[in-house]
Design a binder for this molecule. Structure first.
Ligand SMILES: [Zn+2]
Ligand SMILES: [Zn+2]
Length: 248
């Protein structure tokens, strides 16, 4: 039997320098429960080091936490990578870290906190996570797929770090699994602006950097169970699975 699941597949934690320090594992889980969201993906900039803490914080909460990352490609395009298990996310992380340069200056960019499931600080990440990797967008999407993940172009309506803003268009050959539209663009305006990309499935997420942004812009998925395999089917509109995205 198929059921609707409210999802939020683009959530930052305190590991992202631009995210609020209060985006800690337990606080995120608390807000996700309050917003009655069933499935979230943790997608920090170029790192998955807070994923397992959020998964542990959510262990008995009845929500599904999918491990993910928001990769910044060489072209400065943001791509969401979403996986079933943290081993795949960490495999992408090691590939990303190999191609990421620079050291964070917390005064300029903000703190990068690796936390545990009790919301305690484990350490501060020193790599400059906010920078662009040296991975091309094609390499990024290919690597995500090799690791069994979904590759979703993030906030395609944003001028900065959106695929259309950076490249001018979405390359025909790029095998993206979905396109994400931010709350800046209404459904009507998205239909007009992105009509030529109708072969893709569109989703909406909040790209939450603050607790009060969680669930503000979410997507409902019709699934048999809350898993990545089912989400993939819904994005492909297979076997009755589907997606309903709207600004709430
Ligand atoms: Zn982004
Ligand atoms: Zn983001």
């Amino acid at each position: 039997m198929l059921r609707w699941f409210k999802t939020e597949l683009h959530v930052h934690t305190c590991l992202s320098p631009c995210a609020d320090i209060l985006m800690s594992p337990r606080k995120i889980v608390g807000e996700v429960l309050r917003q009655q969201i069933s499935i979230i993906a943790i997608t920090d900039h170029n790192s998955a080091d807070n994923v397992s803490a959020v998964m542990r914080a959510a262990a008995n909460a009845g929500i599904v936490v999918l491990p993910g990352m928001e990769v910044c490609t060489r072209e400065e395009v943001h791509v969401l990578a979403i996986f079933e298990n943290s081993a795949s996310a960490l495999a992408l992380q090691s590939c990303v870290y190999d191609r990421l340069n620079g050291t964070n200056d917390p005064e300029v960019f903000g703190l990068q906190v690796v936390a545990n499931e009790m919301d305690q600080v484990e350490r501060f990440e020193e790599r400059l996570l906010i920078g662009a990797t040296d991975l091309s967008i094609e390499e990024t999407v290919a690597r995500i797929h090799e690791l069994g993940g979904l590759a979703i172009a993030a906030h395609i309506d944003r001028e900065g770090f959106g695929i259309i803003g950076q490249l001018g268009f979405i390359p025909e050959t790029l095998k993206l699994d979905a396109l994400e539209v931010s709350s800046n663009t209404s459904d009507e305006s998205a239909a007009t602006k992105f009509g030529m990309y109708e072969k893709y499935t569109f989703i909406r997420n909040s790209d939450a950097h603050f607790l009060n942004q969680i669930g503000k812009n979410s997507t409902r998925f019709l699934l048999a169970e809350p898993s990545l395999a089912e989400i993939r089917k819904a994005l492909q509109k297979q076997d009755g699975r589907t997606v309903q995205a709207s600004i709430s």
